[in-house]
Design a protein around this ligand. Structure first.
Ligand code: NAP
Ligand code: HSE
Length: 434
């Protein structure tokens, strides 16, 4: 019997779209053998028909008219790899309306508009695959939805932005400058079209929103606390190493009695923690389920082929869902049903760096402010030589409530001898960050 043929409309032929083209071409025989389906890309939407492409695609497949795909009744699956919210959202909704299966890698869109998109897809009995939207090539979404479906998930945390991990790793290993490393990440195809989304932690927060939804049923929208890596200096990286840590941008989501904690920020990771050894574009996600216990996933979190690997897995599942699988009704609990825990209620250890004038008694004043707020000091490190005519003082605190620490820092910042806003980096405890 002849295998089923499924036609794909590809929206976008940039980094990820080109990877999808390559995999479907190079691995066509294996994919057909494993799925019983012959996939064919029928049309590809691009911006610029004249642009030089990194893959060898017949010019006849390219179009600048979205309706060549969205209104073509022969196209079964629309694979959205454009990025952004508009017009992308409209294209996806129109494709769903026409009964097409959807595959997307667009975490920015899903973090904002999942309720509408998944509800509409359910009504139209089509699937929305989004494996590539979180942690690149790591099959984390399928694992949560299928592999761990029998568990109550208690927490998930890890490195979920490849660009930031690449920048922080390279700043640590070869002491290169932030902007030149960011440029490398852009050239390698890791960064978002606007790299501010990466370095300001927005991309990681969008991914964490999706993980929070998958784990706890609530899409937190504005409820994720976000700090990026822009303020991390070579000095902090140097101190981190001296004190036995590595700085990583982590996303952390956890269910507590009081509600759900969801935060993205630079974190001091102990050098002997497995996350400390996750470098370059690699991502790693820890998950804790009530039945399975702890599980860890590691893989490339961005880039052409790893991301395309995840997209193709969704394409094949979408092909199968045409005949076998049926979409499940989406569940979105409202944020008012499950409250989000404010970052101010976090109990953590902290790394603090102060820039002060070089005169006796300054550390005493800082320690006094911390002491008044009941904040215990675990270690102090003071560099003897001035850096830009300032003396850095680094303090590691014992576990304390973030609200109290911030109040103490407000007082410290007002001291005459303190020259800049203090740097605060949360420390990951060995058993996560509790
Ligand atoms: P990209 O390299 O910038 O490619 C975007 C493609 O979409 C280009 O081919 C562009 O056309 C086309 N395009 C954009 N807007 C369009 C419009 N309005 N009309 C027609 N064509 C349009 O982006 P990418 O890195 O492949 O990322 C695509 C999506 O995957 C984004 O949502 C991103 O967040 C997500 N993602 C990326 C990665 C990664 O590692 N890069 C990983 C995971 C998820 P032209 O080529 O003609 O300019
Ligand atoms: N810009 C993203 C990153 C792409 O660097 O992780 C993968 O989602």
């Amino acid at each position: 019997m002849k295998n089923k043929e499924i036609k794909i409309g590809l929206l976008g032929l940039g980094t990820v779209g080109s990877g999808v083209w390559e995999i479907l071409k190079n691995n066509a025989a294996a994919i057909e053998e494993r799925s019983g389906i012959k996939f064919q890309i029928k049309k590809i939407l691009v911006h610029d028909l004249k642009k030089k492409r990194s893959v060898d695609v017949p010019a006849s497949l390219l179009t600048i008219q979205p309706n060549d795909i969205l209104e073509d009744p022969e196209i079964d699956i629309v694979v959205e790899l454009l990025g952004g919210i508009l017009p992308t959202q409209n294209y996806i909704l129109k494709a769903i309306e026409s009964g097409k299966e959807i595959v997307t890698a667009n975490k920015a869109l899903l973090a904002e508009k999942s309720e509408e998109i998944f509800q509409k897809a359910y009504e139209k009995s089509v699937s929305v695959g989004f494996e590539a939207s979180v942690a690149g090539g790591i099959p984390i979404i399928q694992s949560i939805r299928e592999g761990f479906v029998g568990n109550q998930i208690e927490e998930m945390y890890g490195i979920i932005n490849g660009t930031c991990n690449y920048i922080l790793s390279e700043m640590t290993s070869r002491k290169a400058d932030f902007h030149s490393i960011l440029k490398e990440a852009q050239e390698a195809g890791y960064a978002e079209a606007n790299p501010d989304f990466d370095v300001k932690g927005i991309d990681a927060a969008q991914k964490l929103s999706l993980l929070t939804w998958l784990a706890f049923g609530v899409l937190p929208h504005q409820g994720v606390y976000v700090e990026g890596i822009e303020k991390i200096t070579p000095l902090d990286i140097e101190y981190a190493q001296k004190l036995g840590y590595v700085i990583k941008l982590l996303g952390i989501t956890r269910k507590q009695e009081e509600g759900i904690e969801a935060r993205v920020h630079p974190t001091m990771v102990p050098q002997d923690h497995p996350l400390a050894r996750v470098n370059g574009v690699f991502n790693a996600v820890f998950l804790k389920g009530d039945a399975v216990g702890e599980a860890m996933f590691l893989g490339r979190g961005a880039g052409m082929m790893p991301t395309a690997s995840a997209v193709v897995s969704d394409i094949i599942r979408a092909g199968l869902s045409r005949s076998v699988l049926k979409p499940v009704k989406p569940v979105f609990k409202s944020e008012s049903m499950i409250s989000m825990v404010s970052i101010n209620e976090l109990h953590s250890e902290y790394y603090l760096r102060f820039s002060v004038v070089d005169k006796p008694g300054v550390f005493g004043q800082i320690a006094g402010c911390l002491g008044e707020a009941n904040i215990g000091i675990a270690a102090v490190y003071q560099k003897e030589n001035e850096v830009d005519s300032k003396i850095p003082i680094v303090v590691l605190t014992h576990k304390t409530l973030e609200k109290n620490l911030k109040q103490a820092l407000e007082k410290i910042e007002k001291l005459e001898a303190v020259l800049d806003t203090p740097t605060l980096i949360r420390v990951l405890a060995h058993s996560g960050n509790k």
